[in-house]
Write a protein that binds this ligand. Structure first.
Ligand code: ADP
Ligand code: MG
Length: 257
């Protein structure tokens, strides 16, 4: 794996106009092709981190430095809500970002075909969102992100609304894709088991103010399969993340000292 940071957050703070200190002095270097998960209590600033990286919000102080040239920096965002266009079929939904980017029809067609195959949606290209299960809608949403051929994938609780079995299937498929494509992934979840299963590294955030309280390397080889999920190494990592999370929730940093 290449360990050059794709991006670095240096003393990043974010204060919203209403005075909420969402993040304080966040320092974080994310190497290229790393799969990083962020877990933490609701409101600790996980989504804010993703939005700052995506450039959808500006830092209040500190900086985000890129190790990639602007041309090599292709970001895609996947949200918990699939947010598909209900009147358009799967192919049309996936083609949307290419249409917005004015990619010629012929190139767009082959990119969409390739992406449909990548996420296992070939048989559903003419289906409408209402005809799809939650898991399939999420596949379409992921495909719509991947069709732009990103190298940085920002995912904000993408599988949070799915049942356990669908989630675990999508986890395995996402990991297979990452193994082939090697995007840099920043994945927000409140599910510790999912974070450990997927990631090279799990960041645990605390609240008030939002900050990183633990940075845990998941030192287990890929590809990871069911045997990893049932291993003692896996449960040990889950316990470690869970303990850090419990500390983060029970000991909000008190001010005034
Ligand atoms: N646009 C906004 N304006 C004001 N406060 C916000 C805004 N977005 C988020 N916040 C606040 O910032 C904090 C962090 O929010 P968020 O990043 O959404 O946390 P998380 O994703 O971990 O739940 C919360 O207190 C939230 O209420
Ligand atoms: Mg959030």
């Amino acid at each position: 794996m290449n360990h050059r940071p794709a991006l670095t957050l240096n003393y990043v703070s974010k204060v919203y106009p209403n005075g909420t200190v969402a993040l304080q002095d966040l320092n974080l270097a994310i190497p290229e092709a790393q799969f990083v998960s962020i877990v933490g209590p609701s409101g600790c600033g996980k989504s804010t981190v993703l939005r700052l990286i995506a450039g959808l919000e500006r830092v209040s102080s500190g900086s985000i430095d890129w190790g990639l040239t602007p041309q090599a920096r292709k970001l895609a965002f996947v949200f918990q809500e699939a947010a598909l266009m209900p009147w358009a079929n799967v192919t049309e939904n996936i083609r949307l970002p290419l249409k917005l980017a004015k990619i010629p029809q012929k190139d767009a067609h082959s990119l969409v075909e390739k992406t449909l195959a990548l996420v296992g949606l070939e048989k559903f290209e003419r289906s409408y969102p209402r005809e799809l299960s939650g898991g399939m809608k999420m596949r379409v949403s992921i495909a719509r992100a991947l069709v732009t051929q990103p190298n940085i994938l920002l995912m904000d609780e993408p599988f949070g609304a799915l049942d356990e079995i669908t989630r675990s299937k999508l986890n395995s498929d996402l990991l297979d894709l990452w193994h082939q494509q090697r995007w840099t992934v920043v994945f927000v979840t409140h599910n510790i088991y999912e974070a450990v299963y997927l990631s090279n590294r799990v960041l645990v955030m605390g609240i008030n103010p939002g900050r990183i309280v633990a940075d845990i390397e998941i030192d287990a080889p890929y590809p990871r399969s069911e045997s990893f999920r049932t291993s003692s190494v896996y449960s040990e990592y889950c316990r470690e993340v869970s303990q850090s999370l419990a500390i983060a929730m029970n000991h909000p940093q008190t001010t005034g000292f």
